[in-house]
Design a protein around this ligand. Structure first.
Ligand code: DX5
Ligand code: ZN
Length: 218
């Protein structure tokens, strides 16, 4: 399959979000990654469903919503109603991951599970048949601009093997510390969707950076 770039608007200019989205469209970004932080599950706070709804209105790019919140079980419909196309939540936060994944899919949204750097792949194994994608956090969730944690490599390798052994179709996504220097190597491990925040929006030429990233993962 084609590998995908999902720039994270966490590092974008929120005062000019529409022009940032137009830039992503022009660059050929595949998804828009929206980081939802609640100040509880992670120390940082970002934005919620009303902003997703606004972004939904101005673009046809798929919205990939990454929930870093304490109570996904109670609030999942807010994000579906706001227009998420892909919706992931942390296994560490969910009370009932199975019900949640089934519910997201029933509402015709792609469902994903996320694991933090200290969470083992074995903790999500039983839920993999219910996942459209799996997100490996390669930094501690909460902030952009951190360095890639190399133990994420091993998780990617494990998830590639499980996908093959169990004959499952889930996509493998990685998030945190992805840049022009490491993206090619990580793509070779079998990761398919790359989130990049500061490497894109902190770049002098974000459009060129996205285009270069797309070439590097071909
Ligand atoms: C961190 C977020 C990431 C973040 C990545 O909690 O989930 O999506 O924006 O930022 P970079 O690419 O700067 O590591
Ligand atoms: Zn994210």
């Amino acid at each position: 399959m084609n590998k995908l770039i999902a720039p994270s608007i966490l590092s974008s200019d929120f005062m000019n979000i529409e022009s940032e989205i137009r830039m992503l469209e022009k660059a050929g970004a595949d998804w828009v990654h929206c980081d939802i932080m609640d100040g509880h599950f992670v120390p940082n706070l970002t934005f919620g469903p009303p902003i997703i709804k606004k972004i939904r209105k101005i673009t046809d790019l798929p919205l990939d919503v990454h929930l870093m919140i304490t109570n996904p079980d109670e609030t999942i419909d807010w994000y579906i109603d706001a227009g998420a196309d892909w919706l992931s939540f942390h296994i560490e936060a969910a009370k009932n991951p199975e019900t949640l994944l089934k519910h997201i899919r029933k509402r015709k949204v792609k469902a994903g599970l996320v694991i933090k750097p200290k969470t083992d792949v074995s903790e999500i194994k039983e839920f993999l048949p219910l996942c459209d994608y799996v997100l490996i956090m390669s930094v501690e969730p909460g902030f952009g601009g951190q360095s890639y944690i190399s133990s994420a490599d091993d998780k990617a390798i494990q998830l590639v093997k499980l996908k093959k052994d169990l004959k499952l179709p889930y996509l493998i996504q990685i998030d945190g510390g992805i840049n022009l220097e490491n993206i090619k190597r990580i793509a070779k491990l079998g990761v398919e969707v790359f989130v990049a925040g500061s490497a894109v929006f902190g770049s002098e030429e974000p459009i060129e950076t996205i285009k270069k990233m797309k070439k590097l993962i071909l």
